[in-house]
Design a protein around this ligand. Structure first.
Ligand SMILES: [Zn+2]
Ligand SMILES: [Zn+2]
Length: 347
């Protein structure tokens, strides 16, 4: 085993504290990555809340990071020490099921191995995440970070970015499409940038009138206040695709009404049961869909697209020693739009 330093959940307080972590020795197809920047995702908060230290083992969050290859296993040909790379929220999958065969490892029938809190397919160890200075990962789940992309701003592309990218692509968004993005947080702000860069006419739907200027700054063409009935009525049956990134449980009805005939509401921000009045789908043959994370091909596709269009997340960069502050502020939605931790203070 090798050791590194990272931020692990304290069993008593659930706060993260700096500690030594163990990483496996490199297998022939492993890559060791010096983690430079790691995004702070809403899932990290959920994981900390749900974590039971007596049964779940150690918890080190972090599943969207960029870094530099420090060492490669003997069978690795695609990476060399010094390469800038990126890793998302999946680090392995079965490789043989129809989902994996289709390049949708995120939907692996054997369940993908998660970057943290997952079970390694070969040795059964619990995976520890990217809030650490080094990560050891199978080469096929490492992505080259294209030149020209800021490594800190690119980190959130690996979870938040690909989570909105896959549905935008799968739903055929492009020039001529009309897209609405509900919620302007980590997912939402990237959805706006990506939809606009794909050529769609993009509207932000938000509870907060004060966010209009920010929305236009991100590339939106329109802004609708969700609590203003007249404004919502004015966009009735308007959008081919509505990307719903609102993270709290909420009524889908007002959003479904803004979907155009044969259009789709992609419900991404919240996991769990929802209630739908089916006449809201019937009228206009509307579709309700969801998605999460991304397969390897679409992650690579996203990174290429972002490099071409100069897209990264708008971030607030903090030294990793402020990770607990970042999590507290994220819980209050006090961030524009994603925290990224600079891991260099772990040396
Ligand atoms: Zn995430
Ligand atoms: Zn599979």
């Amino acid at each position: 085993m090798r050791t590194t330093i990272g931020w692990q959940a304290d069993p008593a307080t659930r706060a993260l504290r700096r500690t030594h972590l163990r990483r496996r020795d490199l297998r022939p197809d492993d890559v060791a990555v010096r983690v430079d920047y790691c995004g702070v995702c809403f899932s990290d908060l959920h994981a900390l809340r749900a974590h039971k230290s007596d049964t779940d083992g150690a918890l080190v969050p972090g599943h969207e990071f960029t870094g530099t290859v420090s060492e490669v296993g003997g069978a690795v040909t695609g990476f060399a020490p010094g390469d800038p790379v990126a890793v998302g929220n999946i680090v392995d999958s079965c490789g043989t099921c129809p989902m994996c065969q289709a390049g949708q490892e995120n939907f692996c029938r054997g369940f993908p191995t998660l970057t943290y809190g997952g079970i390694d397919r070969r040795d059964g160890a619990t995976t520890l995440g990217g809030y650490s200075r080094e990560y050891v990962v199978r080469d096929t789940f490492v992505h080259h970070l294209p030149a020209g992309l800021d490594a800190a701003g690119a980190a959130p592309l690996l979870c938040a970015g690909v989570t909105v990218w896959e549905p935008l692509r799968a739903l055929g968004v492009g020039p001529g499409s009309t897209v609405a993005v509900a919620g302007l947080g980590g997912l939402g702000h990237l959805a706006v940038k990506l939809a606009a860069a794909l050529g769609a006419t993009t509207t932000v739907i938000s509870r907060t009138p004060g966010k209009a200027e920010e929305a236009y700054g991100l590339g939106a063409d329109g802004f609708v206040v969700s609590t203003d009935a007249a404004q919502m009525e004015a966009v009735r049956d308007r959008f081919d695709v509505v990307i719903d990134t609102v993270s709290a449980p909420h009524d889908l009805t007002p959003y479904l009404r803004t979907v155009a005939m044969d259009g789709t509401l992609s419900h991404l921000g919240h996991l769990g049961p929802v209630t739908v009045e089916t006449t809201d789908l019937l009228i206009g043959r509307k579709r309700l869909s969801s998605a999460g994370s991304g397969g390897r091909p679409s992650t690579a596709d996203l990174l290429r697209f972002c490099a071409e269009h100069g897209i990264t997340a708008d971030i607030e960069l903090l030294p990793s020693s402020q990770v607990n502050t970042a999590l507290e502020r994220l819980e209050r939605n006090d961030v524009r739009y994603r925290f990224v931790l600079d891991m260099s203070d772990l040396d």
